[in-house]
Design a protein around this ligand. Structure first.
Ligand SMILES: [Fe+2]
Ligand SMILES: [Fe+2]
Length: 195
């Protein structure tokens, strides 16, 4: 059975929503709140790219013999590098404490532009290639990697928060009994993170 990559789009939408929340807090003069939201955003985005670059894209490149397909993956990898630069500028802005640097909103706006373009490109041209070449068995390492890190328990409630009706169904990937137990635990941890 083919792997369903719907989670990729769900994550992309959550990243863009989180960036809006960060900017709202910056503009409201709440650097502590902005830093808290930015820390979640940045850590999860770094991890998302590392996961794709390590566990997904190389498999497509290995298995495809179509130059156009491998060129698409190379372009997506190059976009990750571009994003890394935009992300590094924002990481610097939010490092430390106290008032945020003058250029923070401009840096966030620049990051949003490259991120939105990359996400759209990956969903349109990358996901079909992932679906073509990546098997369920291949996903194990990728999923294990994504479960690492202290924020992993926040990801599902974060996707649901402000998301579409389809995004609210993110919990459905968990087996019933696990879902029953984990959903409230995850929701509690997510609320606690912003307290
Ligand atoms: Fe992605
Ligand atoms: Fe990506």
């Amino acid at each position: 059975m083919a792997v369903d990559f719907a989670m990729n789009g769900m994550l992309h939408r959550a990243f863009l929503r989180e960036l809006d929340r960060v900017q709202e807090r910056v503009e409201a003069g709440d650097p502590a709140g902005a830093r808290r939201h930015y820390a979640l955003f940045s850590q999860l985005l770094h991890q998302h790219h590392e996961g794709e670059d390590t566990y997904l894209f190389p498999l497509v490149v290995q298995r495809s013999t179509d130059e156009q397909e491998t060129a698409t993956i190379a372009a997506l990898e190059a976009e990750h590098e571009q994003l890394q630069a935009a992300l590094a500028a924002c990481d610097d802005d939010f490092a430390g404490s106290g008032p945020l640097p003058e250029g923070t909103v401009a840096d966030l706006t620049a990051l949003r532009m490259v991120l939105a373009a990359h996400c759209a490109h990956e969903e349109a041209d990358g996901e079909p290639l992932l679906a073509k070449y990546i098997s369920k068995a291949d996903m194990k390492e990728f999923n294990d990697f994504n479960r690492q890190g202290d924020l992993s328990m926040l990801v599902f409630p974060w996707i649901a928060d402000g998301g579409s009706a389809a995004d609210q169904k993110v919990y459905d990937v968990l087996p019933g009994p696990v879902r029953l137990f984990l959903k409230p635990v995850m929701q509690r941890k997510y609320r606690a993170y912003f307290r």
